[in-house]
Structure formats: structure tokens, C-alpha cells
Design a protein around this ligand. Structure first.
Ligand SMILES: [Zn+2]
Length: 290
């Protein structure tokens, strides 16, 4: 009997060590959560991808349009194989170029997120062969890997930069952001000051994150910052109201869909690049129905 108790105790201890080790790796290695010490939900927390209850409507009143907005994060060859968060948010540069090639070969046109309100109003010509490319967080690899490829294929993209992370290790610096904006191929959007979980923080803090990031980016880069991305895809009705009040024209969420309308202008749906291979990309987009 005594032996069993000792054995169970040792087994429990070993399991606890293993779990602690795994958990620690997930939390502290690179990626989005490691530089944010305010609130760290798992990045792909399922529940934040749904529309908050208070924003649900019974029936849609405005027309819908299929506008695939693809949500990229890292595009690089990851050296640290244990970096699980980064791995989950990454696609490799070959695959990314495959996406651009597939879009180009099928004569797809790319748009900025800031053009979506006018597309939905019918003010901008829009063909069904269109896509919007977005890149969250402002990582260095956007400058070193993504931007040269966008130039090569002459495709537009919207970047969502975290104002206080500009120039930090792993992130683009001011000079690099200026250079990508000068190309005319890139829209600059805000992703707050510090990548906070807006849904759960005090309203005064959320307001500052949403308003001041816009102001700082506009002053630094002398461009209008017209669209916003919610860190972790987390927002509430109050967050949406703040984003509208700050003067943004649209915002992107991580609710997975390709269907957009005037009603979801402040929580536009996006899809993850992992759902496409270069071969299937066009087929997946064209056969997509909500
Ligand atoms: Zn982010």
C-alpha cells in the first residue's frame, strides 16, 4: 500500500513537471503573447472569434459582398522549432509567394482595407476576383520578406502596427515603415499602442489605446490611419463604439468568413492563410459561401 502511494506521488510530480515545462515554453517563447505582460489569453481562443452577443442582429438589412481578407502574421522560416506560438502564426515564404502567384495568375486585384467602405457603397469598382491582404503586429519579416514579394507581384497590403513596438527587436523600425509606405502599395492601420486585450480592460485605457495609437502613427508617418485591428480579435460593443468615435472608417476582426457588409464594417471578417495552398487558393475563394 505504502509503495503505491509513493509511486503515485512520484508519478504526479513528474507529470506536473512535464506540464509546467510545456506550458512555460508556450508562454515565454517569442510571438504575440510574450511581449504583452498585461493579459495573455491563448492567441487562438475560440470564443473571441464570435460576434459579441450585444452586436448580433436578427436579420441582415444591407447587401453582402464576398471580399476575402487574408490575415497573415509571420512569414518566415522559423529557426526555433519550439516556438509554438510563432509556429502557429507563421506561414513560410515559399507558400506565401505561392499565394501571390496564384492570385496574380488568376488576375486577382488587391485592395486596402480602407477601400472596403467605398467598395460596399459601390463607389469603387470591384470585381469578384479580388482579395485583401493584411499583416498584423508589424514584424520585421514584413520588411525583409513580404514587402519585396509584394513589390515583385505589385500587390497591395494593409499592415496593422503596434505603435509602442515600433523599433523593438523583431519589429519594423520607423525608417522601414516609412519606406514601405512610400511605395504606395501599403496601407498603415493601427493595432493599438501596446497590443492589449481591449474587451477586458477599463474603458479609459481602451480609449487611450485606440485614440492615441492613431494620433501617434499619423504624426510619425504623415499619413491618415483609417482602419484598425483588434488585438487577439477581442472586442465588445463598447470597443466598437470607441473605434468609431476615434474616427476610423473600418476595423478588422478574426471572425472567420469572407462575407462583408456595411453592418460588419467595424468587425470585418478575415480568413487565415493556412486554409489555402497555392493550388487550391482560387478554388477555395471562388467556391466559398457563408
Ligand atoms: Zn496582433
Amino acid at each position: 500500500m505504502k509503495k503505491r502511494v509513493i509511486f503515485a506521488f512520484i508519478l504526479g510530480f513528474v507529470l506536473a513537471l512535464v506540464f509546467f515545462h510545456l506550458f512555460k515554453k508556450e508562454k515565454t517563447k517569442g510571438g504575440v503573447t510574450s511581449f504583452n505582460n498585461h493579459f495573455e489569453p491563448p492567441y487562438y481562443e475560440k470564443k473571441v472569434f464570435k460576434l459579441p452577443k450585444e452586436l448580433e442582429k436578427k436579420a441582415s438589412v444591407s447587401a453582402t459582398l464576398k471580399i476575402p481578407i487574408i490575415m497573415y502574421h509571420y512569414v518566415e522560416y522559423i529557426k526555433d522549432v519550439e516556438d509554438l506560438i510563432k509556429k502557429r502564426l507563421d506561414i513560410n515564404p515559399d507558400l506565401f509567394e505561392g499565394h501571390l502567384k496564384a492570385l496574380k495568375e488568376a488576375s486577382y486585384k488587391t485592395y486596402f482595407v480602407r477601400e472596403i467602405p467605398d467598395i460596399l457603397e459601390g463607389k469603387i469598382e470591384y470585381s469578384s476576383r479580388s482579395a485583401v491582404l493584411t499583416f498584423d503586429d508589424g514584424y520585421k519579416d514584413f520588411y525583409t520578406i513580404v514587402f519585396p514579394l509584394l513589390k515583385k507581384y505589385q500587390m497591395k497590403a494593409t499592415i496593422y502596427v503596434i505603435a509602442n513596438f515600433i523599433g523593438k527587436p523583431g519589429f519594423m523600425n520607423e525608417k522601414e515603415i516609412k519606406e514601405v509606405l512610400d511605395s504606395g502599395l501599403i496601407e498603415l492601420g493601427s493595432h493599438t499602442l501596446d497590443h492589449l486585450y481591449l474587451k477586458l480592460i477599463p474603458q479609459t485605457v481602451a480609449r487611450k489605446q485606440i485614440f492615441e495609437s492613431k494620433k501617434i502613427l499619423e504624426e510619425k508617418f504623415k499619413v491618415k490611419v483609417e482602419t484598425f485591428a483588434y488585438p487577439y480579435g477581442a472586442f465588445s460593443k463598447k470597443t466598437v463604439d470607441l473605434v468609431k468615435e476615434a474616427g476610423y472608417k473600418a476595423a478588422v476582426s478574426v471572425i472567420p468568413s469572407m462575407i462583408q457588409s456595411k453592418e460588419n464594417l467595424f468587425y470585418l471578417s478575415r480568413v487565415r492563410p493556412g486554409i489555402f495552398t497555392p493550388k487550391t487558393m482560387i478554388k477555395v475563394i471562388e467556391s466559398y459561401k457563408n
